[in-house]
Structure formats: structure tokens, C-alpha cells
Write a protein that binds this ligand. Structure first.
Ligand code: PMV
Length: 362
């Protein structure tokens, strides 16, 4: 349980001037989180693969303030340039997490962040950026107060803090697979933070690929925040949450057995269910585009004709994530090149795979 901690305050006269740098990856949910309540608490449990190539690097430079002003003091640079829009968002986030890191008001902060993928690539960067930032904040706490019992306690708090920034970000702090939300089949699971996947996993999933086909680079018309809120009046919300719960149980068995066909059935249905929920909310909206549908139909045909276990999933946007085992990387790569890149904006594809989680850079 993470609690507010009033004791994390710097004693008078202690000089501080240091920095902490972290790289944290994005993740792709196989069981989707869609619908929330309270302070960023999920309506259903979710499970994701942690990625590798799509990541954010964040450096927090921190120095003791010269005055006793209690405001957050922040300068925020995105890709080397001062960015005032991001600065005010990050500043609001830091204010929100100050009860957990009260020393933040005693520091002048300069945060510099960059993504491995272009900002306007249609890839949601909130999971990688909020987790990188939260890991940095926990690292500063660790250095200043030596307050974590062990690495598990450190990652637990980093996940909790990430969740306050962006729900799905809380799963990114763990290697390979993260689970967020209470579920009776997952011991230690919580709505407050994600946990690492400690169950048996068939080796086929530990090197799984996720190639992200960028159908549109535009920012989506309806934010995830608005989408989650619309679940509150959605007539299918209750059965959806029940479905996610029972799929969490099914997926646990599938991840152990390596049953690719059942894995693909769940992954694809989760993606289509997510978008169906958007289409039947009030007001309804649609984030998939023509290119999304063309790619999905070609994946169906290719899988049938070539008997290759290639599956898709979608985030809350038009881009398509292609999931497949490492041993099919060559034929799938050729298929993407010859048939699918024509549906992508500027032919853009980000090749990614299940990764080892965040990394401390300094
Ligand atoms: O973390 P948020 O609030 O951006 O919500 C993201 C939700 C999905 O990406 C659609 C699903 C998920 O579990 O990641």
C-alpha cells in the first residue's frame, strides 16, 4: 500500500544538485482497460506486453531551491525545446503527486524528455512518458532518503505514481508482461498499481513481435480521458467488465500453454470490442479509419491462406499493432512491406517486440 509520506522532507542546510535519467517503454494491452472511476482506478483488470523500441527517455535535474516558496518550480524541455504546454501538464501532475513526494516543493526541477518515436506518429506516448517520469521521481526519493526496502517496493511506488499520470502507464514499469487491476486469479493484483506477471509463460510469448502500422499520425479526435468517461453511460459497460474479467482467466492458461490461436482470438476480439464500445457510446464516435479496416481484412486473408499466426490489436486510435512470434519475422516482414505499408501514412511502421522493461540511464 502506498501512502502519503510527510517525512520525506529535506532537512535544513542540506545542499542538493543532481540528476536522474530513465528510459521507459510503451506497452500494448492484450486485455484492454477501458472505463475508470475515482482517482484513475480501472473498471476492469488489464494485461499488457511491455514493448522495447517505443520508449521515452526522461532526465530530471534537481537542485535545492534558494527560497522557501511552496510552489512546484519546473522547466520542461521536450526534444530539447522548452515546451510550455507540456510544462503546465507536467506541473499539474507534480502537484498531484506532491503528497507522495513532499520534497518536490523544495527543489528547482528541470525535466527533459524525448521519445524514440516521432511525437506526431499517432503513438500514444503517455505510457512511456509517465512511467519514465515516475521512475525518475522514485529514484530521486531513493537517493535523498534511502526510503525503499527493496526493488519491489521501488517499482511498486513507481507503478502507483505512473497510474496517477496515465492509467495504462502503470503496467510499463515491469519487464515483458504487466497486470493491473484486481483479479482473483492473479495473486497480489491491485487497482492501485500494476504487478509483474509471475505466472508461467510459454517461451513463444517472451520474444513476441509487435509491429505498429501507423495509419494516421494525427492526434485522435476523442481523447482516452473522454472515452473512459463515456463508458459510464454505455449500455454494454457491465457485460464488458465481466468479459474482461473472464478473459483474464482464459489468457493466463493461454500464456502458459502457448496456444496461439486462442491468444489471437482474444487479442483481436479485445481490439474490436474496444472500438465497438466507442461506436455505441453516447455520443458515439469512431477512431478506426479505412486503412485500419483494409489492414485487418488483409491480415485475415493472409492468416487463412498462409497459415501463419499473425494477429492484430488496436489501441484507442486507428493504428494497427501486428502480433506474431519471432519465427515468422521474415515472411511477416515481407507481407507488411508488400501489402500493408501502402495503408500507412508515409509508409510508416515501427517494429517492436516484448522488452525487458525500464532502464536507468545514469
Ligand atoms: O491509459 P489511458 O488512459 O491512455 O487509456 C488507455 C487505454 C487503452 O490503451 C485503450 C487500453 C489499455 O489498457 O492500454
Amino acid at each position: 500500500m502506498i501512502t502519503e509520506n510527510k517525512h520525506l522532507i529535506l532537512e535544513e542546510g542540506r545542499e542538493i544538485n543532481d540528476k536522474s535519467s530513465w528510459r521507459s517503454p510503451s506497452n500494448i494491452a492484450i486485455i484492454k482497460y477501458w472505463g475508470k472511476h475515482g482517482v484513475q482506478l480501472p473498471r476492469n483488470p488489464s494485461l499488457s506486453f511491455t514493448l522495447s523500441n517505443a520508449h521515452t527517455n526522461t532526465t530530471i535535474s534537481y537542485q535545492r531551491k534558494a527560497d522557501s516558496n511552496k510552489e512546484i518550480s519546473l522547466k520542461f524541455l521536450f526534444e530539447g525545446q522548452r515546451n510550455e504546454i507540456f510544462e503546465s501538464k507536467v506541473s499539474a501532475f507534480l502537484e498531484k503527486v506532491t503528497p507522495y513526494f513532499p520534497f518536490l516543493t523544495q527543489l528547482d526541477l528541470e525535466i527533459s524528455s524525448e521519445n524514440s518515436f516521432p511525437h506526431s506518429s499517432g503513438i500514444a506516448s503517455s505510457a512511456s512518458s509517465m512511467s519514465a517520469l515516475s521512475l525518475g521521481l522514485c529514484d530521486i526519493e531513493k537517493r535523498l532518503f534511502n526510503s525503499f526496502e527493496d526493488d519491489n517496493a521501488f517499482l511498486n511506488k513507481a507503478s502507483f505514481i505512473s497510474r496517477l499520470g496515465s492509467g495504462s502507464a502503470c503496467r510499463s514499469v515491469y519487464p515483458k508482461i504487466g497486470v493491473w487491476g484486481v483479479h482473483s486469479d492473479y495473486s497480489g493484483s491491485s487497482d492501485q498499481y500494476a504487478i509483474p506477471y509471475i505466472e508461467k509463460v510459454h517461451e513463444i510469448f517472451t520474444s513476441f513481435h509487435d509491429d505498429i502500422l501507423i495509419v494516421s499520425k494525427k492526434e485522435k479526435e476523442v481523447s482516452s480521458r473522454a472515452g473512459h468517461a463515456l463508458m459510464e453511460g454505455n449500455p454494454y459497460a457491465i457485460p464488458r467488465y465481466a468479459q474482461a474479467n473472464s478473459r483474464m482467466s482464459e489468457l493466463k492458461e493461454i500464456l502458459e500453454s502457448g496456444d496461439l490461436s486462442s491468444f489471437g482470438t482474444i487479442a483481436e476480439s479485445e481490439a474490436l470490442t474496444l472500438h465497438a464500445l466507442m461506436m455505441c457510446s453516447n455520443p458515439s464516435y469512431m477512431l478506426i479509419k479505412e486503412g485500419t479496416l483494409s489492414i485487418i481484412n488483409k491480415v485475415y486473408q493472409y492468416r487463412k491462406a498462409d497459415n501463419i499466426p499473425l494477429y492484430f490489436t488496436l489501441d484507442a486510435g486507428p493504428n494497427v499493432h501486428l502480433l506474431y512470434p519471432q519465427e515468422y519475422a521474415v515472411p511477416v516482414g515481407q507481407f507488411i512491406e508488400s501489402e500493408l505499408t501502402k495503408h500507412c501514412e508515409d509508409g510508416k511502421v515501427i517494429k517492436d517486440f516484448v522488452g525487458m522493461g525500464p532502464q536507468k540511464l545514469s
